[in-house]
Design a protein around this ligand. Structure first.
Ligand code: NAI
Length: 293
């Protein structure tokens, strides 16, 4: 497998393209909005340069990776001769199904087709394909060039060799793949969200301060960051949307959003991006960590 195509050049797409090019794939990035491509390339360049400054890779490796990355004006051009296609377009089932219908007609039967969806049913995307066995989820985490986890999401018709190829691709991209069934929230959000919501309920009940609850998980359980700070970084509006979705999809009251979360979102206190959530975030503060949904 040599040729990698990424559809969607936003937050996730540019990072996936970065990791693919660095892994040695000839990578092509495209987006429905042509004006998204230049900034996406600039972000990849800046992140590669940041890696060089931090001693993670040599300047020659960064240059070689950047040279392997090109952009295309259409999905057809981007996916020509592609061995693997990863889609990172907007989180909308209809848009993704339309895209996979188009991809199915464009690429060879052997091309691995992956969606980076964080919440939609991979099966519902795969079923538009005449070859659903080669369709699966490759769920990367934000920021992709730093975060190590990839969930390989399988549905009941995913072929074994597609899973093995997906694992190999993730490993080549210096990620650690885990294989997860196509159930709402996969492994990551299903656990992470329930922990975050429970921590919010504890703040609501006055059990302890947000800082102390986070410290309990950091020092007592070895989490690198507490669940309330993670929620602030993800964005409380995003967390609320996922909680509502998981409550519906799993039919489980553990995912019912606490009133404190709804109140904060209604008040516009969305976490780091708005300056206030469970913490105050001065505009000068910066942090590089997972903001996965
Ligand atoms: P984004 O909004 O930053 O980027 C999406 C890009 O896709 C935009 O540039 C848009 O112009 C483009 N696009 C939309 N429809 C298109 C089409 N039909 N063909 C080509 N390009 C199209 O979104 P983001 O955050 O990168 O999310 C992308 C996917 O990744 C979503 O499915 C999301 O759920 C998933 N995801 C997001 C994470 C995050 O932390 N933002 C984490 C893990 C997964």
């Amino acid at each position: 497998m040599k040729r990698f195509a990424v559809i969607g050049a936003g937050t996730m797409g540019h990072g996936i393209a970065h990791a693919a090019a660095l892994a040695g794939y000839d990578t092509t990035l495209t987006d429905a909005r042509r004006d998204a491509l230049v900034p996406a390339l600039a972000r990849v360049r800046a992140n590669l340069d940041g890696g060089v400054q931090r001693g993670k890779l040599s300047a020659a490796e960064a240059d070689a990776a950047f040279a392997r990355l090109t952009t295309a004006d259409s999905v057809a051009e981007a996916t020509r001769d592609a061995d693997v296609v990863v889609e990172a377009v907007v989180e909308d089932l209809n848009v993704k199904r339309e895209l996979f219908t188009e991809l199915d007609a464009l690429v060879s039967d052997n091309t691995l087709l992956a969606t980076n969806t964080s919440s939609l049913s991979v099966k519902a995307i795969a079923e538009v394909s005449a070859h659903p066995g080669r369709v699966l989820g490759l769920h990367f985490f934000n920021p992709v060039h730093i975060m190590k986890l990839v969930e390989v999401v399988t549905h009941d018709r995913t072929a074994d060799d597609a899973v093995e190829r997906a694992r190999a691709i993730a490993t080549a991209m210096d990620k650690v793949p885990i294989v997860v069934k196509d159930r709402p929230g996969f492994a990551s959000s299903r656990l992470g969200v329930v922990l975050g919501l429970e921590a919010m309920r504890m703040v609501e009940e006055g059990v302890a301060s947000a800082e102390d609850i986070d410290t309990a998980m950091q020092l007592g359980y070895g989490h690198p960051m507490g669940p309330l700070k993670v929620s602030d970084l993800v964005g409380l509006d995003v967390r609320l949307a996922i909680a509502d979705y998981l409550e519906r999809a799993l039919g489980d009251a553990r995912y019912a959003a606490p009133a404190i979360l709804r109140r904060k979102v209604e008040a516009g206190d969305l976490g780091k991006k708005s300056g206030r959530g469970f913490y105050e975030w001065p505009t000068t503060s910066s942090s590089s960590t997972s903001t996965d949904t």
